[in-house]
Ligand binder design. Structure first.
Ligand code: ADP
Length: 192
């Protein structure tokens, strides 16, 4: 893992942190911190549906009528509608209940299942928001550690179509939490 301030390379995949609005990203897919109904909501979910238009919700409805609600930790893929990103990967992070209800494993699963889906669809770039740290109340420093460790572990395990993963963090505090988790991970792995 090669380390700069807010960017590392893991197994030839660039992993970078940016502060900004995920709906404006040009990656092949952006990830939505959805809820199990897939019917849209507040926060980043609402912003993605507003910017992407009704085609995304149409496809979400079809998915739910086929397979039911999306379980926490799982992911599905739809069109990106009017977004610059061609696809949206919808995943459901855990609601924070104090940390002993499987929250870290469920959060890790949300990241892992999203990455798997991107690789299965042969995508080369992917952007994540900070899943679960808004309305779902997951403490941001802990969530950042889970997010960074899960993504770097996934990328270390083998080569996939994915050449770039970005975390697009909405505010300075969230960005700082991810920057610190990334520095820690780079130090721990001892790679350069
Ligand atoms: P959750 O329900 O999973 O907690 P939220 O949407 O409430 O999801 O919050 C997750 C994170 O997404 C928060 O850090 C929030 O500030 C951030 N967020 C909200 N809008 C956007 C956006 N347009 N782009 C990127 N991140 C966003």
């Amino acid at each position: 893992m090669q380390n700069q301030a807010d960017e590392v390379t893991v197994n030839q995949t660039r992993l970078r942190l940016v502060q900004g609005d995920i709906t404006r990203q040009t990656s092949d897919a952006i990830v939505n911190a959805a809820n199990s109904s897939l019917m849209g909501g507040g926060g980043v979910d609402g912003a993605i549906h507003r910017a992407g238009g009704p085609a995304i919700l149409d496809e979400c409805k079809q998915i739910v009528s086929r397979q039911g609600r999306l379980a926490t930790g799982k992911a599905v893929i739809t069109t990106g509608g009017n977004l610059r990103a061609k696809h949206v990967i919808h995943t459901v992070g855990p609601v924070w209940h104090g940390g002993s209800q499987g929250e870290p494993e469920l959060l890790s699963s949300a990241y892992r299942e999203s990455l798997k889906l991107a690789a299965e669809n042969n995508l080369s770039s992917l952007a994540f928001p900070s899943i679960s740290t808004g309305v779902y109340g997951y403490p941001v420093n802990e969530a950042a550690r889970v997010a960074i460790n899960t993504v770097t572990a996934f990328l270390s395990r083998g080569t996939t179509s994915i050449k770039e993963v970005a975390f697009v963090l909405f505010d300075a505090r969230t960005f700082a939490a991810y920057a610190s988790a990334l520095r820690e991970a780079a130090e721990e792995t001892g790679l350069s």
